[in-house]
Write a protein that binds this ligand. Structure first.
Ligand code: C5P
Length: 370
């Protein structure tokens, strides 16, 4: 087994739930604002953001993995002087560093290549979706992840779903369809959304044209990659004894290839150099988007390890309410009766899906018995 220190990080259930819900809501709002608040000519490259996300997440996971090697974890850091700490750090030429590298490049590391590619595709599609949809519609449509996750869990993990869960998945799809129809047929929210700050400023900053059809296409594809990648990652993680943080480093390493390809393919080299081209137009909002994404990736990994997709699905549905309230305040999002009906159906279905066995609502028990 993996000889890591017994110092393990197992956050309480409720704090993971709240953290993930707030992170999800914050990400959709900040990412949306970072994309629509600048004219296309001054926009940052989503491909750079995806690459940076993987680099940062991988580096943080590497440091955490290193800090959990017994030699490092058991060292009495607090009782040492600054000079002694500097001398005792696990530098690249020390055994703990090489030990972790050996774990990362273990013979089964290739297993992470599949979720790595899928997550890079998902993270790129997320940018397309959020640039073309109002925040609230994006969040509701993204709930279809529960549907795809359930389908892949049945197909790959051979999980069996109760009748209640199948019924709630059906209602989830209906709810998402209602929100999609109303967003696609009404131009008002998209037009208002283009005027960033219109609730407070009299003149719009610029016109950012959104295409709901493109947005829904991207969000649907992202739901498929999310479901498959999540289930695959859970399968790899729970079927082996390797440490979560080592797995995360492997995931980020394999992500670097698909994340780099679109950058090398699309960027025309300028005299300013590769790094300067990579971070062109990378302002505060772009950095905020990447930071929230990195944080979310780490929390998601912890939730998949210590809990499962049930907690994850519940947290994201809570985030719908948060981003909905925020988009009314920030983006002048218009509440329509069909949006409320659709969103309520999605929330109700999510709640029903997450009922523990034996505590399902009466209606489903009656249906099951018939
Ligand atoms: O939407 P979903 O919950 O599938 O999103 C998962 C997100 O978490 C993705 O952006 C993915 O890159 C990230 N993730 C991660 N490390 C993991 C699992 C997921 O960074 N081990």
């Amino acid at each position: 087994s993996f000889p890591f220190s017994s110092v393990s990080f197992q956050p309480p259930f409720s704090s993971s739930l709240v953290t993930l819900a707030v992170q999800n809501a914050a990400l959709s709002i900040v990412m949306h604002y970072s994309r629509v608040s600048t004219p296309p000519a001054l926009a940052y490259s989503p491909a750079s953001a995806v690459l940076l996300n993987e680099l940062l997440k991988g580096s943080i996971s590497f440091v955490i993995a290193l800090s959990r090697v017994p030699e490092v974890a058991k060292y009495p850091w607090r009782r040492k002087s600054l000079w002694q700490i500097i001398c005792a750090l696990p530098y690249p030429w020390t055994p703990p560093f090489w030990y972790i590298c050996g774990e990362i490049f273990s013979p089964d590391c290739w297993k992470l290549s599949i979720p790595a590619i899928l997550y890079v595709i998902q993270n790129s599609l997320q940018f397309v979706a959020i640039s073309n949809l109002p925040v609230a519609s994006f969040q509701v449509s993204y709930q279809m992840k529960i549907l795809t996750t359930a389908a892949f869990s049945v197909a790959l993990l051979r999980k069996r779903l109760s009748t209640t869960k199948w019924i709630s998945l059906f209602f989830l799809a209906i709810g998402v369809a209602i929100v999609q129809i109303q967003t696609s047929s009404s131009n008002a929210p998209q037009h208002k959304d283009t005027q960033v700050g219109s609730a407070h400023d009299s003149a719009p900053l610029h016109i950012h044209v959104m295409s709901p059809l493109k947005g829904f296409g991207a969000v649907t594809a992202a739901c498929f990659t999310s479901g498959l990648a999540g289930v695959y990652f859970e399968m790899v993680l729970k079927n082996s004894k390797a440490d979560l943080w080592v797995r995360n480093v492997q995931l980020s390493l394999f992500s670097l290839i698909p994340a780099l390809l679109p950058i090398l393919y699309t960027t025309t080299p300028s005299s300013r150099g590769f790094i300067a081209d990579l971070f062109r137009n990378f302002g505060g909002w772009a950095w905020a988007t990447v930071s929230i994404q990195v944080f979310g990736g780490l929390i998601t990994a912890i939730v998949i390890k210590y809990s499962d997709n049930i907690l994850k699905g519940f947290a994201t549905s809570l985030s719908i309410i948060l981003s909905f309230l925020a988009s009314v305040a920030l983006f002048d999002f218009r509440i329509t009766p069909s949006f409320i009906i659709g969103a309520t159906t999605v929330l109700g279905a999510t709640w029903m899906y997450n009922q523990p066995a034996g505590k399902e609502p009466l209606v489903s028990i009656v249906l099951t018995e018939q």
